[in-house]
Design a protein around this ligand. Structure first.
Ligand SMILES: Nc1nc2c(c(=O)[nH]1)N[C@H]1C(S)=C(S)[C@@H](COP(=O)(O)O)O[C@H]1N2
Ligand SMILES: [Mo]
Length: 200
């Protein structure tokens, strides 16, 4: 039993990641690449890839959970602690949500509270080497307690905003927050533990 860890409800472990690119794998020019923090902050920030590499301050092993039911266990992640990164920009008190934007046009929305979780990371390296093209090089955020669709590959910006807006999968019915332990897969009635059941 000692090798068995607790799995989130409805998930099963698989050996390798299944790569997704709903909008295709974009071309990345690492010289032109910037990662920006914008929106409701006192200081908007912009970083080159080299600057991001120099700021790496965090490495851990965590499981990855896709909402379709597969999980990859004990992945090694390395990058920048998102809480410390966002604090450099000084979020305004009105900021409540974050939209992540990717090079391919993909977006994902995450509550600022979850971005500021101690375990949230802007990933530059996986399993001891830089992200590959399929894995989202140069960077992707990762939230161990949220489903994988919140981990926007090829990420170029995060914008702090006051009100919730849909990202790519949220617009297609997936949950605003997406907590794996609460099984927040879908919005509204279909969210298993949703408190927002329609009155009919
Ligand atoms: N830009 C972009 N990011 C994305 C996706 C995508 O299609 N495009 N798919 C998401 C989903 S649903 C999951 S489960 C993970 C999968 O990560 P992987 O492709 O590295 O396995 O990436 C997420 N980030
Ligand atoms: Mo996913």
């Amino acid at each position: 039993m000692e090798n068995q860890k607790q799995m989130p409800p409805g998930q099963r472990p698989i050996k390798r990641f299944i790569y997704y690119a709903a909008l295709g794998v974009p071309e990345v020019n690492v010289e032109e690449y910037r990662f920006k923090i914008t929106g409701m902050v006192e200081r908007e920030l912009s970083f080159t890839y080299q600057e991001l590499l120099n700021m790496m301050d965090m490495e851990y092993k965590r499981d990855f959970h896709c909402v379709t039911g597969w999980s990859v266990l004990d992945v090694s992640w390395k990058g920048i602690n998102l809480k410390r990164l966002v604090e450099r920009a000084s979020p305004k008190p009105e900021a409540k949500w974050v939209i992540f934007y990717s090079l391919d046009g993909y977006t994902a929305t995450v509550p600022l509270e979850d971005v500021m979780n101690e375990d949230s990371i802007l990933v530059l390296m996986m399993n001891g080497r830089p992200l590959t093209k399929e894995e989202g090089f140069p960077a992707r955020p990762f939230f161990p307690h949220l489903y994988g669709w919140k981990s926007a590959k090829w990420v170029t910006a995060m914008e702090l905003i006051p009100e919730y807006v849909d990202g790519y999968w949220e617009e297609r019915g997936y949950h605003e927050r997406g907590n794996v332990w609460d099984e927040e897969r879908f919005k509204g009635f279909w969210g298993r533990h949703s408190k927002k059941r329609p009155i009919i």
